[in-house]
Design a protein around this ligand. Structure first.
Ligand SMILES: NC(=O)c1ccc[n+]([C@@H]2O[C@H](COP(=O)([O-])OP(=O)(O)OC[C@H]3O[C@@H](n4cnc5c(N)ncnc54)[C@H](O)[C@@H]3O)[C@@H](O)[C@H]2O)c1
Ligand SMILES: [Zn+2]
Length: 367
């Protein structure tokens, strides 16, 4: 059965935009954009891996709907997510004649989504942004919620802006070219969503397989899974857009230790989702100790991470001490207080106020 195109309405007190999900949407970008934007001139920002695969089709589609696109390609990888690169993109947009009436299309993974969104947020003090995420991680996580930004020498995502896209276009077909390791890492965020908010999805994942979900006959299941994850994230964001009430913090489940592992590995050893997998295990161990998470549920969560090819053990020689140092630097330790997200049972999460640095140290030592 050919999955139909589905629309998710993403809305909160201060934003409203649709995510369109389906197959072959790369060739319909112009059509969909026309429904939401009147402007003509746009920059399509992509990276050196994704542009050769899909940028022509996106540009042809935009042009056939009356838009005038210019392609700007940046080198693939996290190292491109810098202020300098954002500045260079802006200069190129100025040189091409983009003005306040223009818009930006981000075609790529989370790196392109974050930097193109940041450029859209600052160019002429803000022009519309369209997200065309091409990694699973970007579809289920980074393209939703409006957080945009760049890294600095001292840390990730330290400079940024909240700038919601006008439209998100998720074409499941583009995931076919995504390397397996990149595909699998997206499941760390999906498993996180299941643990914090959705027991039913957790049960479904227990009988799913990453490889199966990419087969043509199963793309409807993949599409439904992406839709569900967009709904989970956008509902949480809608309740707490500006990260004030603590609701949005729930999305950080597994990230305190996950980010620290990424940093300790120099951002080379583990992909974000892989480090998150280990961070989820640490968060589960803290939850067993401090939030009453039953041992068998902790084991079931780890079982899912294994099922999707995610790491569950640190390499023997990995500098564990560096992880702990990085944990202490994390911005979630606001004014010395730890905001650590725990799960008392699958499907529920809360910010705990009784987690100590020693609890975290102990959980990291066990990894
Ligand atoms: N804004 C947010 O809320 C948010 C949330 C989570 C993560 N992020 C950010 O997202 C970034 C990570 O995103 P990512 O994992 O998508 O990384 P990425 O953008 O670097 O993409 C991963 C790799 O896959 C390649 N690629 C992308 N799509 C492809 C396709 N369809 N076929 C073949 N290759 C393809 C890319 O060129 C890159 O080499 C990080 O910078 C992180 O900080 C942001
Ligand atoms: Zn994450």
């Amino acid at each position: 059965m050919e999955p139909a195109i589905t629309l998710v309405d993403i809305s909160g007190p201060a934003f409203r935009y649709p995510a369109v999900l389906g197959k072959g949407l790369v060739d319909q970008v112009g059509e969909y954009t026309r429904k939401y934007l009147r402007c003509e001139v746009c920059a399509v920002i992509s990276d050196s891996n994704v542009a050769p695969l899909f940028a022509d089709r996106v540009q042809v589609s935009l042009a056939s709907a009356g838009f005038r696109p210019t392609l700007i390609t940046i080198p693939a990888g996290e190292k491109s997510k810098t202020f300098e690169q954002a500045g260079a993109i802006c200069e190129q947009m100025i040189a091409t004649g983009l003005d306040r009436q223009s818009f930006v299309v981000g075609l790529g993974g989370g790196v392109v989504g974050d930097i193109s969104g940041f450029v859209a947020a600052i160019y002429h003090r803000g022009i519309p942004h369209i997200q065309i995420p091409t990694t699973l991680l970007a579809m289920v996580d980074s393209s939703i919620g409006g957080k945009t930004g760049v890294n600095t020498r001292d840390g990730k995502n330290l400079i940024g802006a909240v700038h919601h896209p006008s439209l998100v276009i998720d074409d499941v077909d583009v995931l076919k070219t995504l390397p397996r390791r990149e595909f699998n890492q997206g499941f760390a965020e999906i498993i996180k969503h299941a643990v914090i908010a959705d027991t039913k999805m957790f049960a479904q994942l227990k009988v799913a397989r990453a490889s199966g979900l990419r087969r043509a006959t199963k793309t409807h299941a993949l599409q439904a899974l992406i839709k569900r994850n967009i709904e989970i994230k956008s509902k949480i964001v809608a309740k707490d857009e500006s990260d004030q009430s603590g609701e949005r913090a729930l999305l950080n489940f597994g990230h305190t230790v996950g980010h620290a592992i990424e940093r300790a590995g120099g951002y080379r050893k583990f992909l974000h989702g892989e480090a998150l997998s280990l961070g989820i295990i640490a968060a589960c161990d803290v939850s067993v100790k401090k939030a009453g998470l039953p041992q068998n549920e902790r084991d079931a969560i780890i079982g899912l991470l294994v099922r999707f090819g995610l790491p569950t053990k640190l390499p023997k020689k990995f500098p564990r001490k560096k992880i702990f140092e990085a944990v202490q630097l994390d911005k979630k330790f606001e004014s010395g207080k730890i905001r650590f997200v725990v799960t008392p049972r699958i499907g529920v999460a809360r910010v705990a106020n009784n987690v100590t640095l020693d609890d975290i140290r102990e959980a990291v030592a066990q990894l």
